[in-house]
Design a protein around this ligand. Sequence first.
Ligand code: PHE
Length: 351
Amino acid sequence: MSEHPPIPPVEITEQAVQNAVDAALAAIATASDTATIRAARAAHTAEGSPLSRMNAAIRDLPAERKAAAGKLVGQARARANQALADQEAVLAEVEARAQLDAETVDVTAVPPRRALGARHPLSLLMERMQDVLVGMGWEVGEGPELDHEWFVFDALNTDPDHPARSEQDTLYVAPTERHLALRSHTSTVQIRSLLERGAPLYLVGPGKVFRRDEIDATHVPVFHQLEGIAIDRGLTMAHLRGTLEHLARAMLGAEAQIRLRPNFFPFTEPSAEMDVWHPRAKGGARWIEWGGCGMVDPSVLRSCGVDPDEYQGFAFGMGIERTLQFRGDLNDMRDMIEGDLRFSRQFGMVV
Ligand code: PHE
C-alpha cells in the first residue's frame, strides 16, 4: 500500500480551472514574505500543483478538446505566474527596504563619550628629563624595583653598618636570608648597567624607589628618581657640572644654574649636593636643593669589573616628585599620589 493517498485525476473544466486560479491568486496575494510566497508557488504553480497537473493532463485529452483546454489552462497558468512574479517583486522591495532600515547608521548620533586616559605629570616629567639626556646621546637603562642588597648597597661601597641599610630606612622583604630590598635609590642602575654594558657608558636610569618615610607635604614613601652615570676616559667634575647645567636649563629655562656643595655618598668621591637656581620660583628666584652627585668611586668601578685607572666618570641622582614640586610651584607632594584628575589636568592631559 502506498503511504500517500492516491492523487485523484484532474478534470479540466472551466470551473476547475477557475477554482485553481482563484486559489493561486488568493494565496499569492496574501503571501507576506519570502517563505509564504515560496509555499504559494509550491502549492499553486509548481509541479504537482492543480494547474501544473491540468497542463500535463491535456496530453491525454481527445484531440478535439486539446486546443480549448490548452488555451484555458495556459491563460490560467500565465495569470498565476504573473501574479507570483509581481508579488515576489513587491516582497523583495519590502524586504530590501526593511534591511536597509535595520542597517541604517545615524551619522549625526552623538556617540557615548569615553574620556581617554592621560599620562601622569610625574611620568611626563621623568620622560622629559630622560629626553634631554637621550638628546646628548645617552642611553636609557632600567633595573628591578625589588633587588638584592648587593646591588642596592654593597656594590655601591656602602658598609654593612651604614645607617641607610637599617630597617628604619630601607624596606626589606622576608625571608631575610634572601637579602632582597625594595631599592631605596636608582643607583642600583649604575651597577647593573656597568656590569651589563661595560665602559664607556652614558646612561640614564629612571625609576621608582622606596623608603620608610612618613607621608607629608615633601615626602612620599614611594617616589621616583632619575639616575645618570657617565663613564669614559678623562671625565672630570667639569663634565658633571656641564651636564647638570644643561639638564637644569632644559627644565627651568636659560637662566637656571647649578651649584655644588661638598657632601658624602659612599659611591662617589668627591661627592656633592647639587642645588639648582630656579629663576622663576614662586616668591622669587632662589637656590633649591635638587639631588646628589659626584665622581664614581673607584671601588664601585672595581665591583663592576671596570679598571679605575683607565676609566673615570660621574653620577647624579634626583627626585622626580621634588622636581615636579618646585618646577610646578606645588605646595603638597601628596596631591601627586591621590589620583585626583583636577591635579593632573593642570599639566595638560597628554596621552
Ligand atoms: N643615590 C643618591 C640618593 O638617592 C643620589 C646620588 C646618585 C648621589 C648618584 C650621587 C651619585 O640620594
